[in-house]
Write a protein that binds this ligand. Structure first.
Ligand code: C2E
Ligand code: CA
Ligand code: CA
Ligand code: CA
Length: 278
């Protein structure tokens, strides 16, 4: 038993060491990637279920490393957050997405909105609100075309500063969506006095929709909750026509997912919008 204990300790230490080395490596590569402009944005369409119209786009960060491999944001964003790099990156995302939106507005799609993911680390920045305002002015975009997607953890934080920023963004006319809704195991009381406009049903609840009643239960609950609170609801990860039909039937307003389009490079957007029609 003793040797087993010592062995597992060595095993543990080795693995923690490896994890730290990997993180350090990733951070180094990420800093290089930023310096060499290897990061870019992809844009995924958001569709109104009743009409089939494209109403918005979500900007998603992409990183192709020097070997041409795609590094998923779920891997590098947590590292960027803990190292503080997300502050600069987030600003770049917002500015680029809004400039892209301006181009689309000027190319025959004047009503599209742009959704941008915002990390809790950014919200804690004292100049976050000013940065959002400056980016809107720079791109000459009206605040109502910008939606910020925040997770429940941001929305729920009791911090006065965060709450103030949320209210000020709302006053400015920016809309707010709660991302990954339902995955946070959180109390719902925070929703009642928060200035949010939209709930985004997490794709894990959409993937269970398969034509049987039970699979759609959570999605239906979120839609009902949204209705009671006066919030619109969007479903992410819509992959099948069955899912789209069921979501529409329970009153979900919008959908986003591979059924409509994968996240698209900027250069493909106008072509896609034109061929998708409506
Ligand atoms: P998220 O905000 O929940 O984004 C949805 C994810 O689902 C995206 O993954 C998207 O590509 C993927 N997705 C979209 N449609 C489908 C579908 O039909 N089926 C399936 N299986 N997946 C679908 P992605 O692009 O890998 O992003 C992962 C996460 O990284 C995002 O989750 C978001 O939390 C974070 N992220 C991405 N870009 C940014 C950013 O600019 N800033 C911040 N703070 N976070 C970002
Ligand atoms: Ca999102
Ligand atoms: Ca999600
Ligand atoms: Ca997420």
């Amino acid at each position: 038993a003793k040797s087993h204990g010592a062995g597992s300790h060595a095993y543990y230490t080795e693995h923690v060491g490896a994890a730290i080395r990997e993180r350090t490596r990733l951070l180094y590569d990420l800093r290089q990637a930023v310096a060499k402009n290897l990061l870019f944005l992809a844009y995924q369409p958001q569709v109104e279920l009743m009409t089939g119209r494209v109403v918005g786009l979500e900007a998603l960060m992409r990183w192709r490393d020097q070997r041409g491999n795609h590094v998923p944001p779920d891997r590098f964003i947590p590292v960027a957050e803990s190292a503080g790099i997300i502050r600069g990156l987030g600003k770049w995302v917002l500015r680029s997405a809004l400039l892209q939106l301006k181009r689309l507005h000027e190319s025959g799609w004047p009503e599209l909105r742009m959704a941008v993911n915002v990390s809790v680390v950014q919200f804690e920045m004292l100049d976050f609100l000013a940065m959002v305002q400056e980016s809107l002015v720079e791109a000459r975009i009206s605040p109502r075309y910008l939606e910020l997607e925040v997770t429940e953890s941001v929305a729920m934080t009791g911090a006065d500063h965060v709450r103030d920023v949320l209210r000020q963004l709302k006053a400015l006319g920016v809309t707010m969506a709660i991302d990954d809704f339902g995955t946070g195991f959180s109390s719902l009381s925070y929703l009642d006095n928060l200035p949010v406009d939209r709930l985004k049903i997490d794709k894990s609840f959409v993937s269970t929709i398969n034509g049987h009643e039970e699979g759609a239960r959570i999605a239906e609950m979120v839609v009902d909750l949204g209705r009671k609170l006066g919030l619109t609801v969007i479903a992410e990860g819509v992959e099948t026509e069955t899912q789209a039909q069921l979501l529409k039937r329970v009153g979900c307003h919008e959908g986003q997912g591979y059924l409509y389009a994968r996240p698209l490079p900027a250069d493909d957007l106008l072509g896609w919008l034109t061929s998708f029609g409506v």
